[in-house]
Design a protein around this ligand. Structure first.
Ligand SMILES: Nc1ncnc2c1ncn2[C@@H]1O[C@H](COP(=O)(O)OP(=O)(O)OP(=O)(O)O)[C@@H](O)[C@H]1O
Ligand SMILES: [Mg+2]
Length: 274
């Protein structure tokens, strides 16, 4: 069962082989609001402007993107529009300007469900599990678009998160915060996504559990699944990020490699606590 597990190689976020230096098209643009060229990215929310319903614009010309094998991290203050940007990329928001492209195809007008069929997995910030269902039922719900045998995928997820196997018949609502995040993460993996979007995957967990979750995220990224995630633990997240975006008031304020952002005095002072 674990012999062919693609997630099962060389765990540990001390290994920096996942974080590519340089990142070719990337470069920090402090304060300019300009982002790096992203037109070729595997998943890109490009120059997105829009808000909720008929309400005011929340996003202002916001761009986020991620490529295979990469972890891209979105950070920024509360209310900056990080979740809104994720929802826009996933099709839960009507864009007034800009577009979303997946693997070269314009998917701006597709429903969230159609995007899942195209290979997008999304774990939202809130209500990301069914608390009254068991762990295993949650994973089965995740496989809703699949008509093939998904038992192998479930075995992979249990190898990735052994505690979930142990608690497979327990109601998900009875689990700890970190375990619930594992269920949400696992549920999204059940569709075998080509790209994964995670909104605050370590919300409400201890630093140790956060490190463990980051390890699992790195492990999944290493299998080739690009990961676009929002994180409130900005410093730690940028340490594992191939590239990062700082959003402020719905716009790109800074962008660059995780390393560049961590080294940027302005970013440090304003967003990383000095
Ligand atoms: N469903 C909604 N309807 C209307 N406005 C909303 C909705 N959700 C969020 N907003 C508004 O959009 C703005 C950005 O919120 P968003 O949740 O995207 O921020 P965030 O960066 O994810 O914040 P946090 O760090 O607290 O998660 C806020 O002004 C918020 O009040
Ligand atoms: Mg949010």
């Amino acid at each position: 069962m674990s012999g062919s597990n693609p997630y099962q190689d060389d765990r540990g976020n001390k290994d920096r082989t996942i974080t590519r230096e340089g990142g070719a098209e990337l470069g920090a643009h402090p304060g300019t609001g300009k982002v790096m060229a992203t037109s070729e990215a595997f998943l890109v929310g490009d120059s997105m402007t829009g808000g909720y319903g008929k309400g005011p614009d929340i996003l202002h010309d916001c761009t986020v993107a991620v490529n295979p094998g990469e972890i891209a991290v979105i950070v920024g203050p509360n209310g900056a529009g990080k979740s809104t940007a994720m929802k826009a990329v996933f099709g839960m928001l009507d864009l007034r300007q800009g577009s979303v492209r997946l693997d070269g195809e314009d998917i701006t007008d597709l429903s969230p469900q159609a995007r899942v069929v195209r290979g997008m997995g999304f774990v939202p910030q809130n209500s990301n599990i069914f608390t009254s269902l068991t762990v295993e039922e949650n994973l089965e719900m995740g496989a809703f678009i699949r008509t093939d045998d998904f038992s192998g995928t479930m075995a992979q997820i249990y190898d990735l998160f052994p505690i979930l196997k142990q608690k497979r018949n327990q109601a998900a609502g009875e689990l700890s915060g970190g375990q619930r995040q594992q269920v949400a993460f696992g549920r999204a993996l059940m569709t075998q996504p080509k790209v994964l979007m995670l909104d605050e995957p370590t919300a409400g967990v201890s630093p140790i559990v956060m490190d463990e979750l980051f390890d699992r995220i790195i492990e999944v990224a290493r299998t080739g699944i690009p990961i676009l995630m929002v994180e409130q633990n900005a410093r730690q997240a940028l340490e594992i990020a191939d590239k990062g975006y700082v959003l402020v008031q719905g716009a790109n304020a800074y962008s660059g490699t995780g390393k560049e952002l961590l080294a940027d005095p302005e970013v440090r002072k304003s967003f990383l606590g000095g």
